[in-house]
Design a protein around this ligand. Structure first.
Ligand code: SAM
Length: 259
């Protein structure tokens, strides 16, 4: 999968909203180690360092485009590593593990949660958010375009149609079964953005430069606000991007974890 960090960051405010809602439910006061799994362009990782200035903060991402962007704006006290989170292991037990809008791209991530929990220190926190948008017109149309013969080259072999997201209750059961105290919820965000093509611009955070002009025109038509597209018309010249997100913060028993 290929990302366009600049395009992705155009909507940083809206994309960061669920991250802030998630972090509001993490009560660690003074963690030593904080890791952001799938840190993307790193702007939210830096916010973790702002919240916990005494912590060693690390961002992990496997996208060369994202890590290049991160390193360009790197700041002291935050370490960024290019790695696949499925294989990555921390040097020391982690107090706070965060993952925002990433695990949906990781096949078998429900099982991976067991391994992530095993990385936590006693009393440690695991907080993540996954967008459940694979049935939305944004993703179904992109999947159809990807499958169309006119497409010139793979869209970074993105498994657009096949990402997996579970119900909040499934995450809750898995984590509770591992002994964590869990707070899970689901929120649908209606991001009202300028322009009639905001859904297309939002989706272009995933690089669509392999698409032919016809494909782009098709997506533009399908995603403009209208009753037919299913995207609400908030006001003239504006569009709505609809994102349903499962979120949860969970904590291992015990003292530690930045109490
Ligand atoms: C939608 S972006 C979210 C970025 C950031 N967390 C945010 O909220 O702005 C998803 C990120 O997950 C990364 N990612 C996806 N699968 C990954 C994996 N297996 N290992 C590491 N990073 C991964 C992508 O490269 C991308 O930067």
């Amino acid at each position: 999968m290929r990302w366009d960090p600049e395009q992705y960051l155009r909507f940083a405010d809206h994309r960061g909203r669920p991250f802030h809602d998630l972090l509001a439910r993490v009560a660690a006061l003074a963690p030593d180690t904080v890791v952001d799994l799938g840190c993307g362009p790193g702007n939210l990782t830096v916010e973790l360092a702002d919240r916990w200035p005494q912590a060693r903060v690390q961002g992990i991402d496997n996208s060369p485009q994202m890590i290049d962007k991160v390193r360009a704006g790197a700041r002291s006290g935050v370490r960024f590593t290019r790695a696949d989170l499925v294989e990555w292991a921390p040097d020391e037990p982690v107090d706070v593990l965060v993952s925002n809008a990433t695990l949906q791209w990781v096949p078998g991530h429900l099982q991976l949660l067991d391994r992530l929990v095993s990385m936590l220190r006693s009393g440690g926190w695991l907080a993540f958010q996954v967008p459940g948008n694979f049935g939305e017109p944004s993703h179904t149309e992109l999947a159809a375009v990807c499958a169309a013969p006119r497409r010139r080259q793979p869209l970074g072999d993105a498994p657009i149609a096949t990402g997996t997201v579970h119900q909040p209750a499934t995450y809750l059961a898995r984590l509770a079964g591992l002994g964590l105290t869990v707070d899970a919820w689901e929120t649908t965000y209606l991001h009202v953005l300028p322009g009639r093509d905001a859904v297309l611009e939002w989706m272009r955070g995933l690089r669509c430069d392999g698409c032919c002009r016809g494909c782009r025109a098709r997506m533009r038509r399908s995603w403009r606000p209208s009753t037919a597209s299913g995207y609400a018309v908030p006001s003239p010249g504006r569009s709505t991007v609809r994102c349903c997100r499962s979120e949860g913060s969970s904590r291992l028993p015990g003292s530690g974890g930045g109490d």
